[in-house]
Structures are given as C-alpha cells and as structure tokens.
Ligand binder design. Structure first.
Ligand code: GN1
Ligand code: MG
Length: 385
C-alpha cells in the first residue's frame, strides 16, 4: 500500500447536497443491514470532510448511522472495519458508568448485513457500513466553555484509557503515514516544485513562506519515535471537538465517535489534534483568520480532563512532547489543507472555491498563536502533570 499523503480523492457530493438518486441508493443500502425494516427516514448527517454520512431511522424507531467510506482515503475498507471490530471486542467486557449522567460510556457498534452477517457491504465498488446511533446527545463544532473543554479532554482520556493496552499488532495500519508530518511536507515540496508559483494569490504566497519557515518542525515527533522516546500505541486519529458526543442533559461526554482512523500511532497525535481543535474558539471553518487564536483558558481544563484519566500510564517523555505536538498537528493540518488547495481540492470536500486555502490559513494562524504561547503551554503541562 502506498504511503498516506492525502492522495487525490474522487469526492462524492458533499452531505447536504445529496441528489435524490444518492438518497434513494442509501435507502436501499440501509435495508440490506439487519435492522427492523422498512427504513422510515434517511437524512444526511454532519459535515465530515471525507466520507458520506446519513442518519437512518428503522421501522421500530431505532436510529443508526450509515456511511459510505471514501476508498481513495481508505483503500482497504475491510481493514478499517476489522480495526473497529477489534476495538469493540477489546472494550466489550469493560462497561464504564459515568459519574454525572449515570450513563454508560458508549462506542458505536457495527450492525451486520441481513444476508451474510458481514460488517460492511460493497455496492458499485464502494464500501458501506452501518453502526449504532448514540441517542440523547448533542455535539458542537467548537468548544462552548471551560466545562465543555474538560469533557472533551476527558473523552480522549477515557478513550485512551480503554484502548492503551490493546496490543498494536492486533490493529492494521489502515492509513500508512497518517499524521507522519515529514511525509506531508515531502509531498507538498514535490507538488510545489512541479507547479511553479507565478500565478499564486497573496494568501497562497504567504502560506508557502509559512511552510518554508517551519520545515525544521516537521520531524519533531517522528524523530522522538525513531530514538525510542515515544512508542506506537493504538490511537483514535481524529479526536476533534465534533467527534465528542455529550449527554443532552448533563453535558457529560459519553462517546468519542468516528473510528475510521483508529490504528497504531503516537498518542501525541491525538492529544495535539484534540487541543488544536478544541482550543480554537473561532473553529476550523472560521472565515476571518484574524479571529483565530489558541485559547489557554480552554487548554487548561481540556488538558486537565485528559490527564485526569490518562496520566497514570503516560511517561515523562510522553508529557514532554505534548507542547510540540499541539503546534505540529495544527501546522500539519494547515499543510494538508494547503497542499490539497494547490492540488485542486481532491481530498477534502470543499463547499466553495478557495475553501481549502481558507482552512489552511486558519490552521497556520492557530500555529502562530500556539508558537507565541509555547512557554505557557509548557508550564501548563508541567503544572498539571
Ligand atoms: C478529516 O472527514 P473528517 O472530518 O472526519 C480528516 C482528519 C482532519 C479533519 C479536519 C481521514 O476528518 O484527519 O483532521 O478532516 N480525516 C482523514 O476536519 O483525512
Ligand atoms: Mg474523521
């Protein structure tokens, strides 16, 4: 399998603009899974950048999440499904009751197909799967306040606590090179060399210069791994704010969903991604880059919530690399958006021209804000640990 450097994806229609034909197809697919038929309702769900997602209501009123996996991003969907099933088996006999809501911590479970009891099916060469819908929850694209920040941190902490002892050799590497920043940088450099920059707009030129100045940063985590300071563990891969589901009544985090990117990796990728996503109150889709900043007042409760659960099994080296991870993952996501913009928007779904450039700028502004507060972030980790 080739390395993961955000290869071109033949992007299906973005959720929300699904033509009736796509909805009808999804309806038929949903009926092939073992749920009470006929399907009552099907609606596009969320705003994922890669897969297509629908909420399905079965005849008995139960709800499910139907997804078509993007095979350009996930070329071996069977391995993605195997990882999710492996994870499910690992946590199955460890029910966790949450303190505030009294609910159980939940993990989306895969529903088998009616005919062959398989956990996914292929239709016209594309993979589909159905999983349980976690009820009575709310989700936000940005962190609302300090208590939400703490819950987001706790959600990742709980997730890591549940999976950190799952041996990595039991998980497939479904996206080789995912979050390995030097690979994204190399792919960007190759692209930049091929295309020339004479026609670039001012923002694009600013982004190019921004990347050039930070080449040294790219290998920070990978070097630590090569030196044996950091080790591979199971990770979530995409613990952003809107993958954390909160109990509708108490606000307590009850699930961390979107398990496609569960695979071996560095926990620092997850921690960095969670903080870069959660501590930017303007959000990933901010249209005014000047509004973007890294908010330390959100970082404190988020990291505290995380460490409350994860501290016991983290090493000193693990903690040491948290500040650089926040900076690195924000930079990396900016680089991925910028590369995709230069390549013609073939990986991340775009909703308007220049969308990926705007997203890149947001992450680069966030990186600058993280850089300006590096010492405070370092002290925060030290205090909390
Ligand atoms: C993508 O598709 P979605 O929204 O779950 C991407 C993540 C990025 C995220 C940014 C497989 O996730 O890595 O952090 O967009 N997933 C993949 O919003 O590339
Ligand atoms: Mg995702």
């Amino acid at each position: 399998m080739s390395a993961h450097v955000d290869p071109p994806a033949t992007s299906p229609a973005p959720a929300g603009s699904d033509p009736p034909q796509a909805i009808a197809e999804a309806f038929a697919i949903a009926q092939a899974f073992a749920i009470a038929g006929p399907v009552r309702e099907l609606t596009p769900l969320g705003n994922g950048n890669v897969n297509d997602t629908y909420r399905v209501e079965a005849a008995d009123g139960r709800r499910y999440v139907l997804q078509r996996l993007n095979t350009q991003v996930f070329p071996r969907p069977e391995l993605v499904i195997d990882n999710i099933a492996r994870l499910g088996a690992h946590v199955a006999d460890r029910p966790l009751t949450l303190e505030r809501s009294g609910r159980l911590w939940e993990l989306p479970r895969l529903i088998p197909t009616r005919a062959h009891r398989r956990l996914w099916l292929e239709h016209n060469g594309l993979p589909w799967r159905l999983s349980t819908h976690i009820e009575d929850t709310v989700v936000h694209d940005t962190v609302q306040d300090a208590s939400h920040a703490r819950e987001v941190g706790r959600a990742l902490g709980r997730f890591h606590l549940l999976i950190h002892d799952l041996p990595c050799d039991q998980l497939a590497d479904t996206l080789e090179g995912f979050h390995v920043t030097p690979r994204y940088l190399a792919a960007y450099q190759q692209l930049a060399a091929q295309r020339g920059s004479s026609a670039d707009c001012e923002v694009s030129r600013w982004c190019s210069a921004f990347v050039e100045q930070r080449q040294e940063l790219a290998p920070a985590l990978e070097r630590a791994r090569e030196r044996g300071l950091l080790k591979l563990r199971p990770i979530h891969g995409d613990p952003k704010v809107n993958n954390v589901l909160l109990d509708r009544h108490s606000g307590e985090a009850v699930a961390l969903v979107d398990l496609d990117t569960v695979k071996p990796g560095l926990v620092q990728y997850d921690i960095g991604d969670c903080l870069r996503s959660g501590c930017n109150p303007a959000g990933e889709e901010a249209s005014d880059p000047a509004a973007v900043r890294f908010d330390l007042a959100l970082c404190r409760p988020m990291l505290a919530g995380y460490l409350e659960l994860a501290r016991p099994w983290l090493s000193d080296a693990d903690l040491h690399y948290i500040p650089v991870a926040v900076r690195l993952i924000a930079f990396e996501l900016g680089l991925r958006f910028f590369s995709d913009h230069l390549a013609g928007n073939r990986y991340f779904k775009c909703r308007h021209p220049g969308h990926n450039l705007q997203r890149a700028l947001v992450q680069f502004r966030l990186t600058e804000s993280i850089e300006a507060q590096h010492e405070e972030i370092r002290k925060l980790v030290e205090d909390l640990a």
